[in-house]
Design a protein around this ligand. Sequence first.
Ligand SMILES: *Cc1c(COP(=O)(O)O)cnc(C)c1O
Length: 344
Amino acid sequence: MTPSDFIRPSIKSITPYSSARDEFKGKSDSMIFMDANESPFENGINRYPDPQQNKLKQVISNLKGIPAENIMLGNGSDEILDLLIRIFCEPNQDNVVILPPTYGMYEVLATLNAVEIKKINLLTTFQPDVNRILQQANDNNKILFLCSPNNPTGNNFEVSDIETLLQGFKGIVVIDEAYIDFSQQESWTKRLQEFPNLVVTQTLSKAYGMAGIRLGTCYASKEIISTLNKIKPPYNINQLTQHVAIENLKSEFETKNHIQTILKEKHHLTEELEQLNFVKKVFPSDANFILIKVDDANERYKQLLKNGIIIRNRSNQELCENCLRITIGTPEENQQLISVLKSL
Ligand SMILES: *Cc1c(COP(=O)(O)O)cnc(C)c1O
């Protein structure tokens, strides 16, 4: 079996919508465009954006050292995750495997597509239960979602565990690397050649500081990427997003600086949190947030809220009883959090 054998037959045979900008790609400013029913009055945004985002993809390609033909862009990585489910999972028949506690959108998107969810909880170490995942596998397991570093636990999954899953899992393995830029572990994009069933997603929403423009990236085999491009909404990345992303990705220096600050602050915040008597555990984090276990999560959450600080109460998630998730802020914000916590 190759990944293309997993593509739903109806997707394989689909004829994609051919947009005006797909059919004629000419560039010359001297040409008259009367093909797309746009307004002819120039205001900087009156034309449809490039449906294949070639310029932006080239910037990302250079930045990541990955050929453009292995890159697909989405309206946030959430859009990419949705398209992946639609490519590989037959509604009311196939299922996706998720490893709670993890990012909530996998379940929402699968349910939205009438695709069953198979949950195999992480071990108490927050590592995947590799044996159970492989022992309980069946032919309808089309996608395994691995979030590494994992949200909300913050840890990387062991490289050897992921290798075993890439080799042993019969379907597509999606590694969600939303927090990879904060991690010491190398991105799995480096190993796409080795594993044809590997799909990696990343985002500009976290380390790159561009959550507001909604841009997610997907890296996979040429075949999977061309299928994603075939079924995505034609103009899914708007012109403003393409423009702002190209401009902001020029200043990689600033992003690296911010990452260094956040890592330093995370270290500092961890030390401070460990000294508080109502904090029972500070889980190690490879991301830009920290998960802590406290005496009474609901109560502590309310106390912080009263002091104008909003964190995430994760205590209803599997293995996360009385757990709170705190995003690392600016040094000033972190200091304020610490003084409020000390005053409780
Ligand atoms: C934040 C987050 C995303 C969402 O990324 P967008 O590109 O903003 O849609 C995806 N996966 C995980 C694990 C996240 O925490």
